[in-house]
Design a protein around this ligand. Sequence first.
Ligand code: B12
Length: 210
Amino acid sequence: MNEKYAALYNAILEGDVAGAQDGVQAALAAGLEPGIILAEGMIAAMKEVGRLFEEGEFFVPEMLISARAMQAGLTLLKPHLLSSDVKSAGKVAIGTIKGDLHDIGKNLVALMLEGAGFEIIDLGVDVAPDKFVEAVATGGADIVAFSALLTTTMPNMKATIEAIQQAGLRDKVKIIIGGAPVTQEYANQIGADGFASDASRAVSLAQSLL
Ligand code: B12
């Protein structure tokens, strides 16, 4: 691994908030691209956290402190990921689906969309179907974006699409979905308009739909 982001990677793995902040600053000072710092130093570390959890070496508290270090690093990296002079490309209401509290991926997608000029309505985590409906009905969202990290909460994506349909709003909005267990096949199956496997692909997807 590149030594310019190895310290950042390790700090996130160890849940070291100050280390993650220092790591981001050091990587930026070394002239690394913000996108590379994010992918190689940060998202890769969270993947490793997931692997260690699966192997039974990490438990929920370790995942949580790693997530905190990740968020602390992201806050510092955010201004470098956002480009300045962009005009509104459309309005996206984004949230983590009902039952699910994971928000790092959702926040990253929101951040990249914002950077590409989309106006963001961040509905947060554990978002009930009627909140998404409201975001379309009164919030004026052109796109709704659901994130799910748990196989057990994925079906709530389907339930939310059904709620949007029942409210008579399905043809007024594009629906995009994502999250580690989500696939294009699942998107087709539940009638979503698109799926993307990461935040930068989420931007091209949103742009292609409007
Ligand atoms: C950090 C973490 C936590 C933290 C979350 C903190 C937070 N604020 O988010 C805490 C400790 C709270 C947690 C809790 C739990 N977790 Co957890 N967690 C993780 C972990 C390690 C990392 C997730 C992450 O942040 N990844 C980094 C981000 C950047 O990636 P991402 O979310 O996939 O997002 C990217 C793409 O998917 C995509 N994307 C994401 N959303 C969207 C949306 C759209 C519209 C689009 C287009 C794209 C898109 O773009 C993103 C950026 O590139 C994963 C492991 C993993 N491999 O995913 C487990 C994992 C998701 N957790 C898991 C589990 C089991 C749990 C718990 C049930 C544990 C427990 N026993 O309590 C609870 C559930 C709590 C709940 N109700 O939600 C399992 C899920 C297994 C499954 N198949 O369902 C995983 C896979 C770990 C494992 N390997 O077993 N967790």
